[in-house]
Write a protein that binds this ligand. Structure first.
Ligand code: ATP
Length: 355
């Protein structure tokens, strides 16, 4: 188990700067996510960590070893690809053994380690099967076993679940987490699926245009987004523009088109000043409807209702401001067309962000 450190990584492809000075530390034994929209550089960063790509500048270390110039097989990291990259004409066992045979390991030892790896991914007994006789989920497990059999210190996963259907994806989330934790691995997992990251990650980095916007636990990033990009990318949110009236401690009163709102400054290294333009972010579930005195809120009209099972989502239009998405539990049913609906939010649930 090794900590992974990326220091000031820049990766230039022609005139595309895929990574623009990324510094990151993944603790030993951590399941760490790289999350971001398509093209933000997450796969490039993972490939730099794996050794499949050489950074234009910057260094990669595993523990206290600088591995920047080491080829992939000398890094003790194993990668699992979105496509699985299995050999279709070989059996499960042969696929898993492949990396060990290349390393000229003794036959008995190979058999023992393949057995162990198949057991860990819950495929014991299927070693003789052909790859084409397996379901998508089982193929994914073979890809994981093949990575684990070389006993890597680090496991690198690139969108490993994107070829599976929704139900299997959820099941495999738990499985991958179990395998990483039982194996005592340090793992870096790339996805654009924020739900996957929220449900599995110890910590995550949200990337945007070759840079890291924020690093934190799922709860921290969700509750305390530092930028409008992060608050919109991790979960759903309502953004409102405004101008600061006054700042008290970590709270700021902000004039919006729909009236004043008090919010909390979530980024620790920044405080707005009076008159500054800012953005407010309010989660749909943070809006309460007709609660208490309706203080710290807006008034609007319900224009849409969608039933989502565990909750109901409403669209509320405010006269001056943008529309707000509101989520309530299904015990509270409101009707489209209702006017003078009071939305209010606790000060701590309104994030004040740099514009
Ligand atoms: P996705 O989720 O779509 O895989 P990503 O966040 O993983 O996206 P990268 O694959 O890291 O993004 O790509 C980052 C940027 O670098 C993109 O603009 C991409 O087109 C560019 N890029 C990546 N690999 C190469 C390459 N080998 N040659 C040229 N440009 C590349």
């Amino acid at each position: 188990m090794d900590a992974i450190r990326a220091d000031s990584i820049v990766k230039q492809f022609g005139n595309v700067r895929a990574l623009d000075g990324v510094t990151l530390e993944v603790a030993a034994g951590e399941l760490f996510f790289l999350l971001g929209a398509s093209g933000c550089g997450k796969t490039t960063l993972l490939r730099c960590i794996a050794g499949l790509e050489t950074p234009t500048s910057g260094t990669i270390s595993f523990g206290d070893r600088d591995v920047t110039k080491l080829p992939p097989h000398k890094r003790e990291a194993a990668m699992v690809f979105q496509s699985y990259a299995l050999w279709p004409h070989l059996s499960v066992e042969k696929n898993v053994a492949f990396g060990l045979e290349e390393r000229k390991i003794d036959k008995g030892e190979i058999k023992r380690r393949v057995g162990e790896a198949l057991e860990l991914v819950h495929l014991a007994g299927l070693g003789d099967r052909g790859i084409d006789q397996l379901s998508g989920g089982q193929q994914q497990r073979v890809a994981l076993a093949r990575a684990l059999v070389v006993r890597p210190k680090c496991l690198l996963l690139d969108e490993p679940l994107s070829n599976l259907d929704a139900k299997l994806r959820i099941e495999m989330r738990r499985e991958i987490r179990r395998i990483v934790k039982e194996g005592g691995l340090t793992a870096v997992y790339v996805t654009h699926d924020q739900e996957e990251a929220l449900s599995m990650a110890d910590r995550m980095a949200v990337m945007n245009r070759g840079r890291i916007e924020q690093v934190g636990t799922a709860e921290d990033v969700y509750r305390n987004p530092h930028t409008a990009f992060v608050s919109g990318f991790i979960g759903e949110t309502n953004l409102l523009k405004g101008r600061v009236i006054e700042v008290r401690g970590e709270f700021a009163m902000v004039e919006t088109a729909s009236g004043p709102l008090v919010g909390r400054v979530t980024k620790t290294e920044w405080l707005p000043t009076g008159g500054e333009e800012v953005i407010l972010s309010v989660r749909p579930e943070a809006w309460q409807v007709d609660a208490g005195t309706g203080e710290n809120g807006l008034v609007g009209k319900i224009t849409e209702r969608s039933y989502l099972g565990q909750r109901i989502q409403y669209v509320v239009e405010t006269p001056a401001g943008p529309q707000q998405v509101v989520e309530l539990n299904p015990n509270v049913v409101r009707d489209p067309g209702e006017t003078a609906v009071k939305l209010s939010a606790r000060h701590g649930d309104v994030a004040v962000l740099q514009a």
